[in-house]
Design a protein. Structure first.
Lengths: 150, 355
């Protein structure tokens, strides 16, 4: 007899096989006529400028860190949620104290402003920069990506 | 169901493979109907007719679209990271299909009756994030990368309120298994968790408003988890073209689409299981009335599907009612409203279950 996790494995393999088979089936039917223009990556019809593989914003890292703390907290609280009623108010208080310590941590984050999604400063275009653009010289990449995220 | 198939076929592994493929036979027709419904709902809300030509009121439109998608050329741009680009749709679909393993469709069919059903669902829904990040990074496209980064931040943040609400439901019912949780809400609709569960005492009436708050928090964060409007930042077409699937075309794009709609049903089904009695009928069974035992599983499948599809319909409704929020507003809603409210709600539900 398979364990329940063995059944999950079968489920996951079925999903993978389904996707692979349907992409393969489509490959038999569809045309394939690549041209140079088709194979360019899309940037609203313009010539792509620079590489997108840049360092991305630190805000995502902070969000990921806070998420990690809370996710670990939730995983630790699941066994408590199943069993606290056997211990009455004492068991309840133990879990709540744990929760409140984390809430305190979150209040600290809040106060420090790490939960604020800072909006990028709007830099008004300067005449000198626009002139450089027209000449076709390299523009600093940083400002353009920042304004896109806004 | 599995035992029946094992007896019928004789080979355990083969029977389990067939049993695991059954949700697929549910998802594909569901997606075909849901895409049609989405177009019809949006059309009628904007005083249009929507697709009308293919079949009765355009019912076969999605089937025609499917055949069109099969014939479409699958362009893999020359500068993408080919391995990750090809693996990403597989991983996204695995993430959404694995959730279906723990959903109790009827009292006789559940993919795997793990006692940890809810924890398992929270865990595997995280796989989708990895697939989306892969797709965005591999595409070598600025829109894709921005879309996938936003999507990852959004799904990851909104997982916390979802998990805390599920935690408070676990405290209330005392079980992590989805089928057990459904069995606790048996018989009529006043036994549903949103109306305070099956036990008639003071706690049942005290808990109803907090259950409503829990449901609202759960629904809002599940909307964000499946990237639906008003939280469709990752694929905001007016600013990011197509988000993480900008570079995908043909069948690979269809797989992303399929996974997205499957996910929509999955979160709606989870909401219906933990709050609205899952596969149980709100008004009793016809099978009981006529004394036909064999009718009951089909009725249960009907109720499960219709509750799920109703919440999917509400998702579509919200899409054409609310405007999209900004990224900073999105994070504010999650971290400054939903999480503190869900923690307070959890404490109150804990106190009520103890008195």
């Amino acid at each position: 007899m398979l364990t329940e996790f063995g059944k999950i494995f079968i489920f996951i393999s079925i999903a993978a096989i389904f996707v692979v088979i349907s992409i393969f089936m489509a490959k038999l039917v569809r045309p394939s006529r690549p041209t140079n223009e088709k194979l360019k990556h899309y940037e609203c019809g313009e010539e792509p400028v620079g590489t997108p593989w840049v360092k991305f914003n630190i805000r995502f890292y902070v969000i990921a860190l806070i998420f990690l703390i809370f996710d670990v907290e939730v995983v630790l609280l699941f066994p408590w949620a199943l069993g606290y009623q056997d211990y009455g108010w004492y068991g309840f208080a133990v879990g709540i104290i744990f929760l409140l310590v984390l809430a305190l941590g979150m209040a600290y984050e809040w106060r420090k402003g790490d939960l604020e999604w800072e909006r990028p400063r709007v830099v008004p275009p300067e005449l000198s920069k626009i002139l450089i653009n027209v000449k076709g010289e390299k523009v600093t990449n940083k400002e353009t990506t920042e304004s896109k995220e806004a | 169901m599995q035992d029946f198939l094992i007896e019928l076929i004789g080979n355990e592994i083969l029977a389990l493979v067939i049993a695991s493929a059954l949700p697929l036979a549910f998802i594909v027709p569901f997606v075909i109907i849901a895409v049609w419904l989405e177009r019809k709902v949006s059309a009628h809300m904007q005083d249009r007719l929507g697709p009308m030509r293919v079949g009765w009121h355009g019912l076969l439109q999605t089937v025609a679209d499917f055949f069109k998608l099969i014939q479409k050329e699958d362009i893999t741009p020359s500068l993408v990271d080919k391995k990750l680009f090809n693996i990403a749709p597989v991983i996204v679909f695995i993430g959404s299909y694995a959730v279906f393993a723990a959903l109790p469709f009827t009292s006789t069919y559940i993919g795997m009756s793990l006692d940890l059903g809810l924890l398992y669902i929270i865990a595997v829904s995280g796989i989708v994030v990895a697939g989306i990040l892969m797709a965005g990074w591999a595409s070598n496209n600025k829109y894709s990368l921005l879309g996938s980064m936003r999507s990852a931040a959004q799904i990851v943040s909104y997982e916390i309120p979802t998990a805390i609400v599920i935690l408070s439901l676990v405290m209330f019912t005392g079980t992590l298994s989805l089928s057990e949780m459904t069995e606790l809400q048996t018989a009529y609709f006043w036994n549903w968790n949103i109306l305070g569960g099956a036990e008639w005492n003071l706690a049942k009436f005290l808990i109803i408003p907090f259950m409503l708050i829990a449901f609202i928090i759960f629904y809002v964060s599940s909307l964000a988890e499946v990237n639906r409007t008003p939280f469709d930042m990752p694929e905001a077409e007016s600013e990011l073209v197509g988000g993480y699937h900008t570079e995908y075309s043909g069948m690979k794009f269809a797989m992303f689409f399929l996974a997205e709609y499957a996910n929509m049903f999955a979160v709606s089904a989870i909401a219906s299981v933990i709050f609205f009695g899952g596969y149980h009928s709100p008004i009793g069974y016809l099978g009981d009335l006529f004394g036909i035992e064999a009718l009951i599983p089909f009725e249960q499948l009907f109720w499960f599907a219709s509750k799920g599809i109703f919440f999917v319909f509400v998702q579509m409704w919200l899409r054409w009612t609310l405007p999209r929020v900004r990224v900073d507003q999105l994070m504010t809603i999650c971290w400054k409203y939903l999480i503190p409210f869900s923690i307070v709600n959890l404490i109150i539900i804990g106190i009520i279950t103890l008195i």
